[in-house]
Write a protein that binds this ligand. Structure first.
Ligand SMILES: Cc1ncc(C[n+]2csc(CCOP(=O)(O)OP(=O)(O)O)c2C)c(N)n1
Length: 639
C-alpha cells in the first residue's frame, strides 16, 4: 500500500479546489503521483487500471478548469474514473474499491457529489450530459457540462443518437473523446480508421506542424490555435482535420490533442469553456500510460487482479478449475468445427465471453460488433433468416440493452438464435451495474423462447449443443461468472430433451427445485439437512421455460412443502413461473422461494454476497428448517 512519505503533493489534494492552485511542474508532478498511487493501491487489491492510467492528465485538467461539482463531468462507463475518485476526496477510500462495503468501481451518485451520473454500461455519457445541459438551461443555471467518452464507447449507437440530438438542440455541451484506440480488446471502431487516414492525408500533413505544436511539443496555447480555429470557421477544417463527421453532427471539433500534455489540456479546456454550442474535443491518450507493464500488455491491463508492482505479473494463483467462460468457448469451437453454419457474435468482449477461441480457430465465423448489443441481436436475427446459426455471447447484464431486439426481431419471427449469457447471477466486485440478476425475468415472459441453465460445466456443453441443434426458435443458456465445479468433461455432446428436469436425489421431507448455480448449492444444503435428520429431494429443473410440468405435478403430489432456488430476482424469475403454474392449475402446495430480493445488490465477492443474502448452502439450510417449522416467509426472508 502507498507510503505517504513517498509523495510530495498528493496527500495535500483533498478536493479539486486544491488542484486549482497548482501550475506547471506541480501539475505534472501531481499526475505522476496519481499514477504512482494507482499502481501502489491496485497492485495490492486489483481493479480497473489501464483506462485510468491513460486518463490522468485529462482528469486533472478537467477538475482544474471546471468548477466541479457545480460544473458536471459525466464519465462514460466509469472504469477509468479512479484518478477522478482520488482527487475528489476518495484517495483513502480507493483502498476499498470494489470490496464488500467499500467504494464502487464505477461512478455512483450516492457516493460523491462529484459523480454527476452513475455509470457501468457504456455509451451513456453524451445522452446524460445533454439532459443535464438542457436542465441547466431550463433552471436558468449556468453550469458547464462535460461528457468524457472513450473510443470503445463510441461503437455504441446511443452515442450517435445523443450527438444527433445535441446538434439539434445546440446547447452548451463539451464532449471529450478520449481516444486510446482500445476498447477492452483492440477497438473495432471504423471511424478511427477514418481519423488515421485523415491524419496521414497530404493536405492535413501540410498543417500538421502547426497542429502538432499545439498538441504536443510546445507548451503554450494561444494565437496558433486561434489561427487554426479561424481556418475552421472558414470551412477549411473539414478537409484538413478528422473532425468532419462531428462537424456534420453539429459539433465544433478541436483536435487531435495530445492527452498527456497537461499544460495544453488546461489551456484548451479554458478556451472551449467559454464557447457556446456543442463542442467536441478529440484527445489522444495511451491506455496504461506511465506504467510499462500496462503499456506493453495486450489489453493494457484494462482490469487487473493483484500484481507484482515491478513486473506487472498477476499474483493470483491459477485455479485448477476451468471457468464457465472457457468451457463455453472451447465447446463452441468444437461444435462450430463440425457444423459450418455456426457463427459466434460478441459485443466487444472476445476474451470475457470466451469467443477469442473461435476468433483464433475460425476467424471468418467470428464477429466482434463493438459495444453494440442491440445491433448484435438484430444482426444475428438477419443471419438466422438465412439458415446460419448465430451464437450471441453476451453478459446477462449487457443483454438488457437488447430487450426489444430480442422480442421484435428474434422471438416474434421465431428465429433460431442461440443466446449464451455469461455472468448470470451475482458477479461480485463489479456490483449492481454488472450483476446478471434479471435475465430469467426479462426473458421468461417472451413467447417462443426456451430458457435453460446448466448445473455444471458438463451440462453447459450439452446445453450449447442442444441449443445449436434446436432449430425451432430462440434458445438461451445462462451460466455464472467464475470457476466451474470441476466435474469430468466427456468427449462429444449429448442432446438434452427440451423441458425435461432431472431428479438428482430422492427424499421424503421436502423438495428443492433449483436452476443453474443453485443446483450445486441445493445439493450441498441437502447434505447438511441430512445431518439434521431432514431428507431433501433435489431436482435440477434445467429449464426455466418451458417448465417440466410433469415434474412439478409429481413433486406437488409427493410433498406439502416445496422450495425453489434461483440466482435471479424473485420478481418474475423461475420461482414466479413455478408458483404461476401451481396457481393456474389449482394445485395447493406451500412454496418457499429462495433467490434475490427486489432491490439492487451491492458489490462484494460472490461468496460474501451469497452469504449476506442467505442463498449459500448454510443460508438455505436455515431457511428450509424455518420453513418446515412454518415460519412465515416473504421474498425468501423470514417475516
Ligand atoms: C453496454 C456495455 N457493454 C460492454 C461493456 C464492457 N466494457 C467495459 S469497458 C469496455 C471498453 C471501453 O472502451 P473505451 O470506451 O474506449 O474506454 P477505455 O477503457 O479505452 O478507456 C467494455 C467493452 C460495458 N461496460 N457496457
Amino acid at each position: 500500500m502507498p507510503n505517504k512519505n513517498d509523495y510530495k503533493l498528493l496527500y495535500d489534494i483533498n478536493s479539486p479546489e486544491d488542484i486549482k492552485k497548482l501550475e506547471g511542474q506541480d501539475l505534472k508532478l501531481l499526475c505522476t503521483e496519481i499514477r504512482q498511487y494507482m499502481v501502489d493501491v491496485i497492485s495490492k487489491i486489483g481493479g480497473h487500471f489501464g483506462g485510468g492510467l491513460g486518463a490522468v492528465e485529462l482528469t486533472v485538467a478537467l477538475h482544474k478548469v471546471f468548477n466541479t461539482p457545480y460544473d458536471q463531468i459525466v464519465w462514460d462507463t466509469g472504469h477509468q474514473a479512479y484518478p477522478h475518485k482520488i482527487i475528489t476526496g476518495r484517495r483513502e477510500a480507493l483502498k476499498t474499491i470494489r470490496q464488500f462495503k467499500g467504494i464502487s468501481g464505477f461512478l455512483k451518485r450516492s457516493e460523491s457529489p462529484y459523480d454527476a451520473f452513475g455509470a457501468g454500461h457504456a455509451s451513456t455519457s453524451i445522452s446524460a450530459a445533454l439532459g443535464i445541459a438542457v436542465a441547466s438551461d431550463l433552471l436558468k443555471e449556468n453550469r458547464k457540462v462535460v461528457a468524457v467518452i472513450g473510443d470503445g464507447a463510441m461503437t455504441g449507437g446511443m452515442a450517435y443518437e445523443a450527438m444527433n440530438n445535441s446538434g439539434l438542440l445546440k446547447k452548451n455541451l463539451i464532449v471529450v473523446l478520449n481516444d486510446n484506440q482500445m476498447s477492452i480488446a483492440p477497438n473495432v471502431w471504423q471511424i478511427s480508421k477514418y481519423f488515421n487516414e485523415m491524419i496521414s492525408h497530404p493536405e492535413y500533413n501540410r498543417f500538421k506542424g502547426a497542429i502538432w505544436d499545439l498538441t504536443g511539443k510546445l507548451d503554450y496555447f494561444g494565437d496558433r490555435l486561434r489561427k487554426v480555429a479561424a481556418r475552421i470557421e472558414q470551412g477549411l477544417k473539414a478537409v484538413l482535420t478528422p473532425g468532419m463527421l462531428f462537424e456534420a453532427l453539429g459539433f465544433r471539433y478541436f483536435g487531435p490533442i495530445n492527452g498527456h500534455n497537461i499544460t495544453q489540456l488546461v489551456r484548451l479546456f479554458e478556451h472551449v469553456k467559454e464557447l457556446n454550442g456543442p463542442i467536441l474535443v478529440h484527445v489522444l491518450t495511451e491506455k496504461g500510460k506511465g506504467y510499462k507493464p500496462a503499456e506493453n500488455h495486450l489489453q493494457r491491463l484494462h482490469a487487473a487482479t493483484p500484481f507484482d508492482k515491478l513486473t506487472g505479473v498477476s499474483l493470483k494463483k491459477g485455479s485448477s478449475l476451468p471457468s464457465y467462460t472457457s468451457v463455453f468457448g472451447n465447446a463452441l469451437v468444437e461444435i462450430a468445427k463440425s457444423n459450418d453454419k455456426v457463427v459466434g457474435i460478441t459485443a466487444a468482449m472476445p476474451d470475457g465471453t470466451g469467443l477469442d477461441k473461435l476468433q483464433a480457430e475460425l476467424p471468418e465465423r467470428y464477429f466482434d460488433v463493438g459495444i453494440a448489443e442491440e445491433h448484435a441481436v438484430t444482426f444475428a436475427a438477419g443471419l438466422a433468416t438465412q439458415g446460419i446459426i448465430p451464437v450471441v455471447a453476451i453478459y446477462s447484464t449487457f443483454l438488457q440493452r437488447a430487450f426489444d431486439q430480442i422480442i421484435h426481431d428474434v422471438a416474434l419471427q421465431n428465429l433460431h438464435v442461440v443466446f449464451a449469457l455469461d455472468r448470470a447471477g451475482l458477479v461480485g466486485a463489479d456490483g449492481p451495474t454488472h450483476h446478471g440478476t434479471f435475465d430469467l425475468s426479462y426473458l421468461r415472459m417472451i413467447p417462443n423462447i426456451v430458457l435453460m441453465a446448466p448445473k455444471d460445466e458438463a451440462e453447459l456443453r450439452d446445453m450449447l449443443y442442444t441449443a445449436v441443434n434446436y432449430k425451432k426458435g430462440p434458445i438461451v443458456l445462462r451460466y455464472p461468472r467464475g470457476n466451474a465445479l470441476g466435474v469430468e468433461l466427456k468427449e462429444g455432446f449429448n442432446e438434452i430433451e427440451v423441458g425435461k428436469a432431472e431428479r438428482l436425489n430422492s427424499g421424503n421431507d421436502i423438495a428443492l427445485l433449483a436452476v443453474g448455480s443453485m443446483v450445486d448449492y441445493a445439493s450441498k444444503a441437502a447434505s447438511l439437512l441430512a445431518q439434521n435428520g431432514i431428507e431433501a429431494e433435489v431436482i435440477n429443473m434445467r429449464f426455466i421455460k418451458p417448465l417440466d410440468e410433469d415434474m412439478l405435478i409429481e413433486t406437488a403430489q409427493k410433498f406439502d412443502k416445496i422450495v425453489t432456488l434461483e440466482e435471479n430476482s424473485l420478481t418474475g424469475g423461475f420461482s414466479s413461473g413455478v408458483v404461476e403454474f401451481y396457481n393456474d392449475n389449482h394445485i395447493k402446495v406451500d412454496v418457499l422461494r429462495i433467490g434475490l430480493p427486489d432491490k439492487f445488490i451491492e458489490h462484494g465477492t460472490q461468496a460474501e454476497l451469497h452469504h449476506m443474502l442467505g442463498i449459500d448452502p448454510e443460508g438455505i439450510v436455515q431457511k428450509v428448517i424455518d420453513f418446515l417449522k412454518n415460519k412465515n416467509y416473504k421474498n425468501g426472508v423470514v417475516a
